[in-house]
Design a protein around this ligand. Structure first.
Ligand SMILES: [Zn+2]
Length: 454
């Protein structure tokens, strides 16, 4: 006892300097990601877009034999351009033979264009856009919007070989994906997750290329951490007269604590750190009203996904011969590309999001130990050096409070009611990279039909 006391003054003297050394603040911004974001080239986005539009049409059903016009020439150039952009990329066609169905009017060999940057782990982070185009004739999407309710058949493509340059829909998302393939591969960063840069075909016929790919992923039990899908993200002049080059919409399928929503919130938080001048408008719905894109092929198979959409669209250009390079603002497209870069790099550097459910799918949250506390449990995430727990009021859509809790897999918030708060947990890697937040979700209660005596 005396011996312990005699040691204390020395310990107390030593403590302040140790504490000071440990309290050097770690910046939220990772210098590797800052450098990666800064290396996005507006000029290359423009050059790629001009070349892409020069193939005149990229309709999935257009002539694929020409070397200068149509989808065959376009995809061959994309493949070669991706190969040229970095030797670290594994570039290939993801080919599917599609039977006639819906708006696919004949059997067609569909080729998605894929570039893979292998990570330490096989789990995948996707950045995607569709490179196919369509010309609906007769006023394009504007006419379709006006008549969609009355005549859904108006969406039929009338001629596959007329001009459909698709500079914005979705040349913008395509060149964003191609530029980020270069930027990520040339960064020299060793990512934990494997990055897949994918340009889809068959989107305009009903998400055909992305669905064929996603159903194969599900069959192969591939783990997909996130899909950053981009479709129509380069125009700043809305057809309704509004101009906005300073924000982007991010749509995500609910419910409110789906991993799609977790990805959307994550993008908003990361963008504030790395692209602070760009606004992220989170949209709590799957997509714009009655319209869709390839993220839905991923969410349909349970893979987290969002879609980026420009702030104000011009429907009179979409799905016409007027969707030309002149309708794309490359400074704006570059900002959207930087947001994708920051988000995907952050997810790919971080450990996987923690699993917060048990074998029966039940949320691992309890009222222990007092019966009135919140005790959270989770499975350890490979590579995690610690965890951050989050909570918020049940009526709020964004996390309000958080706390780093060290390298543990259980934590108690004394006196907080699990009935009145939503809780989540994220994994943090040794370099500070943080995963998506996995939320503890109360299951929906269903009743069985009551049997009555007849
Ligand atoms: Zn599109």
């Amino acid at each position: 006892m005396f011996a312990v006391r005699s040691l204390l003054p020395g310990l107390l003297l030593a403590l302040p300097s140790v504490a000071m050394a440990q309290r050097v603040p770690v910046p939220d911004a990772d210098p590797r990601i800052q450098k990666l974001v800064a290396s996005v080239s507006e000029q290359r986005l423009r050059d790629l877009n001009v070349k892409l539009a020069s193939f005149a049409t990229r309709s999935t059903l257009s002539d694929a034999t020409s070397t200068t016009r149509g989808i065959g020439a376009a995809r061959q150039w994309m493949l070669e351009e991706l190969k040229r952009s970095s030797p670290r990329l594994q570039v290939s066609f993801d080919t599917h033979r599609i039977a006639p169905q819906g708006r696919i009017t004949r059997e067609v060999e569909l080729r998605n264009v894929m570039a893979v940057l292998p990570g330490k782990s096989p789990r995948r982070v996707y950045i995607t856009g569709h490179y196919d185009t369509v010309n609906l004739g007769g006023g394009g999407q504007l006419a379709l919007n006006a008549g969609a309710g009355a005549n859904p058949q108006a969406s039929r493509e009338f001629n596959h070989d007329v001009d459909a340059p698709g500079a914005n829909d979705d040349g913008s998302g395509t060149v964003l994906t191609m530029e980020l393939a270069r930027v990520f591969a040339e960064s020299g960063i060793e990512f934990d997750a494997t990055l897949v840069f994918m340009c889809w075909a068959g989107e305009e016929q009903g998400l055909i290329g992305s669905t064929a790919h996603a159903q194969q992923l599900a069959a192969d039990q591939v783990v997909v951490e996130a899909n950053f899908n981009n479709d129509i993200i380069g125009n700043i002049q809305g057809g309704g007269g509004l101009i906005d080059g300073e924000s982007v919409r991010v749509y995500s399928l609910g419910p409110e604590d789906s991993m799609n929503r977790a990805l959307a919130r994550y993008i908003q938080r990361v963008a504030a750190t790395y692209v602070p001048s760009h606004g992220i408008r989170l949209m709590a719905r799957e997509d714009r009203f009655g319209r869709g894109s390839d993220h839905s092929s991923f969410t349909s198979f349970g893979f987290p996904a969002v879609v980026f959409r420009e702030a104000n669209e011009n429907y009179s250009r979409q799905h016409t011969a007027n969707d030309t390079v002149g309708g794309v603002n490359f400074a704006y497209l570059a900002q959207n590309t930087r947001v994708n870069a920051a988000g995907a790099a952050s997810v790919a550097l971080a450990p996987p999001a923690p699993k917060v459910t048990g074998p029966a799918g039940q949320a691992l949250v309890s009222r222990n130990p007092s019966g009135y506390d919140a005790t959270l449990q989770w499975a350890p995430s490979p590579g995690a050096a610690g965890y951050r727990i989050y909570w918020r009021d049940t009526w709020n859509n964004s996390w309000e409070r958080s706390q780093v809790v060290g390298n543990v897999t259980q934590f108690t918030l004394a006196g907080l009611s699990i009935d009145d708060w939503v809780f989540g947990v994220a994994a943090i890697g040794a370099d500070g990279a943080e995963s998506l937040v996995s939320a503890y979700v109360s299951p929906t209660r269903r009743v069985n039909e009551v049997k009555l005596v007849k």
